[in-house]
Design a protein around this ligand. Structure first.
Ligand SMILES: NC(=O)c1ccc[n+]([C@@H]2O[C@H](COP(=O)([O-])OP(=O)(O)OC[C@H]3O[C@@H](n4cnc5c(N)ncnc54)[C@H](OP(=O)(O)O)[C@@H]3O)[C@@H](O)[C@H]2O)c1
Length: 344
């Protein structure tokens, strides 16, 4: 007997993350894309927006209009900038649809932090309490059946995964976390500016938003929650001239003397049953090439024992584990499907 498909909509269907979602959902046996909406004047075949989608059996992208959603729709992915996502989440949730939001709108427990960091008034603060932070490796239980899933930011995914086993045991000295991170240009979305334009980014390496990147506060909130005490994080992102991929090198001081072997064993036990975490063996280190187009996070753990300093390096694909792959992982968990469905 064929199992019934879960009918899916994507709003913001011309976004980079939407392209990635469509590629993943094409090989998902239980998901069917029923509607694609974006700001368009006339219906557009998705293959006209992203050539890689040409020939795929997908509905045309139509203008955003929730009075024309299919009656049997089940879930909607929002591939939109912050505030637009929250505005659209309200009517979708009123219709009883499950929402997976890729923006930052529902990632925070604190409305005050969100509004001060993003410099906006939250369009739907009443929905914040309904949202769960969709990083399965730390919040799996709360994602099951959740009506509103806040998909984490790409950098926070890499940095929190680099620290979670130790934060959970409260083994890191507050105020000592430094996250030195690099991202490919697709992390900035499809609209180019002077920095992300080919001529600005190519053959160059540059830090940006030092001490002012919004993901810093998202990381701080989540690692503090895990540890049960307040942690600040120094987060410095860099733009790397590659299409996709993200690399986090995370430093922290340990509260008690630990050997590298101890810490490695702790990571191995914490991530033992995680289908998308690959701890690097021996002296191997992660590489963005080896996670490109996959939902894996490759993690290597080191301890400089003389200084009691932890050094973790993690590689993910910002568009997959950092965005759309993780969104499908959350979708699977939320609907009680095998977590890896469509993703491996
Ligand atoms: N890129 C990444 O690696 C990444 C990773 C994690 C999370 N995210 C988050 O995921 C979301 C999507 O990111 P992205 O990189 O895919 O974005 P993107 O490529 O820049 O696309 C954003 C899309 O949002 C649409 N849009 C903007 N305002 C809208 C509105 N008011 N109503 C309807 N559509 C609107 C734009 O539509 P038009 O086509 O009409 O201009 C555009 O297609 C963002 O919140 C981003 O922060 C991105």
């Amino acid at each position: 007997m064929t199992e019934q498909k879960i009918r899916i909509g994507i709003v913001g269907a011309r976004a980079y993350t939407a392209r990635e979602l469509l590629l993943i959902l094409a090989r998902h046996p239980r998901a069917q894309v029923a509607v694609l909406q974006a700001r368009v004047d006339d219906p557009v075949p998705p293959g006209d927006v992203f050539g890689v989608l040409r020939g795929m059996d997908l509905p045309d992208i139509v203008d955003v209009d929730f009075s024309h959603l299919p009656a049997d729709l089940n879930a909607v992915f929002l591939c939109l900038p912050h505030t637009a996502a929250a505005e659209y989440a309200v009517p979708l949730m009123e219709r009883g649809l499950r929402v997976i939001d890729l923006s930052a709108d529902f990632r925070y427990g604190s409305l005050k932090t969100y509004e001060s960091v993003y410099g906006v008034t939250h369009p739907a603060p009443e929905l914040m309490a309904k949202a769960v932070y969709g990083l399965p490796e730390i919040r799996r239980a709360s994602i099951i059946g959740a009506p509103l899933i806040a998909n984490p930011g790409c950098y926070p995914t890499a940095v929190i995964l680099s620290l979670a086993p130790l934060m959970k045991r409260d083994l890191v000295v507050p105020g000592t976390i430094i996250a030195d991170c690099k991202s490919g240009v697709s992390g900035a979305g499809r609209t180019a500016n002077d920095v992300t334009h080919f001529c600005g980014a190519n053959e160059s390496l540059k830090a940006y938003k030092v001490a002012e990147h919004r993901h810093e506060s998202e990381i701080e909130e989540q690692v503090s929650r895990l540890a049960g005490e307040t942690h600040t994080v120094t987060f410095v992102p860099h733009l790397v001239p590659m299409d996709r991929g993200e690399y986090a090198t995370v430093y922290a001081k340990l509260k008690e003397p630990m050997t590298a072997d101890n810490v490695r064993r702790m990571f191995a036990s914490y991530y033992e049953n995680e289908p998308f975490i690959r701890l690097m063996p021996g002296s191997a280190l992660p590489d963005t090439k080896n996670v490109a187009n996959t939902n894996f996070a490759d993690i290597a753990v080191r301890v400089d024992e003389r200084k009691q300093r932890l050094i973790v390096t993690t590689a993910i694909d910002n568009l997959v584990k950092g965005a759309s792959g993780q969104a499908v992982q959350n979708f699977n968990i939320s609907y009680g499907l095998p977590e890896t469905m469509g993703l491996v």
